[in-house]
Design a protein around this ligand. Structure first.
Ligand SMILES: [Zn+2]
Ligand SMILES: [Zn+2]
Ligand SMILES: [Zn+2]
Ligand SMILES: [Zn+2]
Length: 252
């Protein structure tokens, strides 16, 4: 998607470039090269925001560089290149301005919240373990109690590998065939239930995921949680000794 739109931008801008400069003088070629650099940077920023990806400046350098080289080549073909230095200087200006515009635009992007787009003030940001986006600490964006962003909460984005049987078996053992989920009360034939390592009450995979690997009944936490979860402070009751005891009992 990103490379497709970059190719589109190169074709479009090369056409515009050629149309504007094929009979233009030195000043026009150089002036347009500057505009081209800024346009390329703005375009890539727009694409990244649309795709909701982390902003990367490399694309705009490539676009600005290739467009100015293509326009140069086209003018050389029709014989409207007047001197040997205007066009190389144009290429340098276009890529230089693209780089400069990226540098100016980038901090605003990487230091803003993925959800509310507000700038993030000194360190008050979190990386959501589910979507890996940078989220501000405002309660409208971050749900500390559930250690996830609002978007992941409303869209039920999962954290654990749902269908990786080895993953589940290694942490909670095989599927339980009787009983009902401690949390949502769905029964063994409806949901894939796994027993708690401490109280042995079963909980379904969805609920284990929803509770970030913590038993809804006894608050035991399953071993070897995804690293991403450790990076944020999951707002669980501070009972490290009980958790450790539970883990130890599980491993005998
Ligand atoms: Zn926010
Ligand atoms: Zn998220
Ligand atoms: Zn459940
Ligand atoms: Zn339990």
């Amino acid at each position: 998607m990103r490379s497709l739109s970059s190719v589109g931008a190169v074709v479009l801008l090369s056409g515009v470039s050629f149309a504007l400069t094929n009979s233009a003088g030195t000043a026009m070629v150089l002036g347009w090269s500057c505009a081209l650099g800024v346009l390329a940077a703005l375009f890539m920023r727009g694409v990244d925001e649309y795709l909701q990806e982390e902003y990367s400046g490399a694309g705009s350098l490539v676009i600005a560089g290739s467009v100015s080289v293509i326009a140069w080549a086209l003018r050389a073909v029709i014989g409207s290149v007047h001197d040997p230095w205007t066009d190389p200087l144009g290429v340098v200006l276009a890529t230089g301005l693209a780089w400069g515009a990226d540098t100016v635009l980038r901090p605003g992007k990487s230091r803003s919240c993925f959800i509310c787009k507000n700038p993030i003030e000194g360190g008050a940001s979190l990386t959501c373990p589910r979507c890996r986006q940078t989220i501000c600490a405002r309660p409208e964006c971050w749900i500390g109690r559930h250690a996830r962003c609002h978007r992941c909460d409303t869209q039920d984005v999962v954290l654990f590998p749902v269908s990786d049987e080895r993953w589940w078996r290694a942490r909670l053992g095989p599927r339980v065939t009787t009983g009902a989920c401690t949390s949502c009360f769905k029964e063994a034939h409806e949901r894939d239930l796994r027993a708690c390592g401490q109280c042995s009450w079963p909980m379904c995979k969805r609920c284990w995921d929803y509770h970030n690997g913590r038993c809804a009944r006894c608050e035991w936490v399953m071993p070897r949680l995804p690293e991403a979860l450790g990076a944020v402070s999951v707002d669980r009751p501070a009972q490290p000794s009980k958790r450790a005891a539970g883990a130890a009992r599980r491993h005998h």
